[in-house]
Write a protein that binds this ligand. Structure first.
Ligand code: NAD
Length: 471
């Protein structure tokens, strides 16, 4: 199927589109849980019927192998759909909580209400999943949505535009393709919620725009995610799992291990094992491998190539200017103030350092911005505990890489410079819902006698005594 971009509303129509979406939201249609479920099922069917078109588009944008597209983009989407459909009704029920003595008689509830009109801005590295996964959360919570995928993955963007703009009422969901100009036009409008995935620098622009209207945001950002291989790790397994997490999608994964610290006692064996893992995965010439991706565009390709001079190459280092591919590459001991250690790498180059004292590594990590993920390979529960207590990151996988993102039961998001907020499963539903506190007071005239003025001295004494006893 050759899909072209479809029926997009132009920049000049954005204000009118938003007006229509507000009217749709105000009609109350999205408050109906059955409507939400039916629309999610419809989206699921559409994705299913466009699966091949999506995989072809991902292949064109990122040289993403079909298998990887299923495993890391479509599969997680299908799994979230199932989870949402199973749980939306429960998540939507008012949550009854205890009522304080002061408010008795009465009852207290938390009601999750949709924010209203939501914008989702997505990046290019997992261009389908990072657009449609937040979309699911926004739909499940009962919002109207405008999607803005990345201009750097145009083929995937076109298929998503076709899926959305041809099949959904634009007053409910619409997708705007385009680049900075389109995003800025969208940001000029007032939103009830903005969900952004991308780099921290653009994240700041989004946050500033949102602040004009005090719009709440989720910012799913990136950073330099460290990975430690301790001396007691299962080295073969660690090598295989790090090679997978680092070089899937050619390293263009927000939570890929960014740099490695390997204990000096096991360094030589580990390096041998990770070289073997690379070649087991991608053959003797990864640049020819059908299972290995390409760099998204020439700008990022040139940026990544420039890192190759920042350290001593001990594996890989070859590249293909025509097809924008760089081999899985390990560089040893780059200066910590060199670009490869100052910027998020977001590509197939892996700096490697050795250490003798774990405390030094933990201090190194703590002295830098809080990363999106952190990884430790060690069999020791006390080393694991120390690592968890002494580092802060959006999430952690122990003895593997990347996989904590795959759970619908845990929030995925950053902390500090790697982001604000989290999503997946119930956390997505909550992200896109305002939690409204509702107190129902009894209509019986049983008011606390100490509540109303005038406040005499004797009542002041009683109040002090009560506060001492009960608070
Ligand atoms: P990008 O360049 O595609 O930008 C993301 C979005 O911002 C796009 O839709 C783009 O149109 C828009 N944009 C770009 N410049 C803009 C501007 N000046 N004003 C307004 N909008 C603008 O993607 P990127 O930022 O290069 O993505 C890579 C980054 O995303 C990495 O830092 C990576 O770690 C991070 N990331 C994070 C996650 C996560 O889930 N936390 C996932 C994937 C990627």
């Amino acid at each position: 199927m050759n899909i072209q971009s479809t029926e997009q509303i132009p920049i000049s129509g954005i204000a009118e589109l938003l007006k229509l979406q507000r009217a749709f939201f105000d009609s109350g249609k999205t408050r109906d849980i059955s409507f939400r479920i039916s629309q999610i099922k419809k989206l699921h069917e559409l994705v299913n019927s466009h699966q091949q078109a999506l995989m072809d588009a991902l292949q064109k944008d990122l040289h993403k192998p079909a298998y990887e597209s299923l495993m890391t983009e479509l599969g997680p989407f299908y799994s979230e759909v199932r989870h949402f459909i199973r749980h939306i009704r429960d998540w939507s029920l008012p949550e009854t909580v205890a009522t304080s003595l002061f408010n008795t008689p009465g009852s207290s509830q938390i009601i999750r209400e949709p924010y209203g009109n939501v914008m989702v801005i997505a990046p290019w590295n997992y261009p389908f999943l990072l657009t449609f996964s937040p979309l699911l959360g926004a739909m499940a919570a009962g919002n109207c949505v405008i999607l803005k995928p990345s201009e750097h993955a145009p083929h995937t963007s076109a298929v998503m535009a076709h899926i959305i703009n041809k099949h959904f009422d634009s007053s409910y969901i619409h997708l705007i393709e385009g680049g900075i100009e389109e995003t800025q036009a969208l940001l000029a409008e007032r939103w009830d919620y903005i969900f952004f995935t991308g780099g921290p620098e653009i994240g700041k622009i989004i946050y500033q725009s949102a602040a004009q209207h005090l719009t709440p945001v989720t910012l799913e950002l990136g950073g330099k995610s460290p990975c430690i291989v301790h001396k007691d790790a299962n080295l073969k397994l660690a090598a295989k799992r790090i090679a997978w997490g680092k070089w899937i999608n050619s390293g263009q994964t927000c939570l890929a291990p960014d740099y490695l610290f390997v204990h000096e006692d096991v360094k030589n064996t580990f390096v041998q094992q990770i070289k073997e893992a690379i070649h087991a995965h991608y053959g003797s010439n990864p640049l020819q491998s059908q299972d290995y991706g390409k760099i998204i565009n020439r700008r990022h390709y040139e940026r990544l190539k420039s890192y190759l001079t920042n350290g001593n190459i001990i594996e890989g280092g070859n590249y293909d200017d025509e097809h924008l591919r760089i081999e899985p590459t390990i560089i040893e001991n780059p200066a910590t103030d060199s670009p490869v250690m100052q910027e998020e790498i977001f590509g197939p180059i892996l700096p490697l350092y050795t250490y003798s004292n774990l405390e030094d590594v933990l201090t190194f990590i703590r002295q830098r911005e809080k990363p999106l993920a952190a990884y430790l390979f060690s069999r020791s529960s006390s080393v694991q505990k120390t690592f968890l207590q002494q580092t802060s990151s959006g999430g952690v996988t122990i003895n593997d890489t990347v996989l904590h993102i795959s759970s619908s039961e845990m929030p995925f998001g950053g902390v500090g410079k790697s982001g604000i907020g989290g999503y997946h499963g119930k956390y997505s539903f909550d992200t896109f819902s305002h939690k409204k506190a509702v107190l129902h007071r009894s209509v019986q005239p049983l008011d606390n006698l100490l509540r109303f003025p005038p406040y005499s001295m004797s009542r002041l004494k009683i109040m002090k005594e009560l506060l001492k006893r009960f608070l």
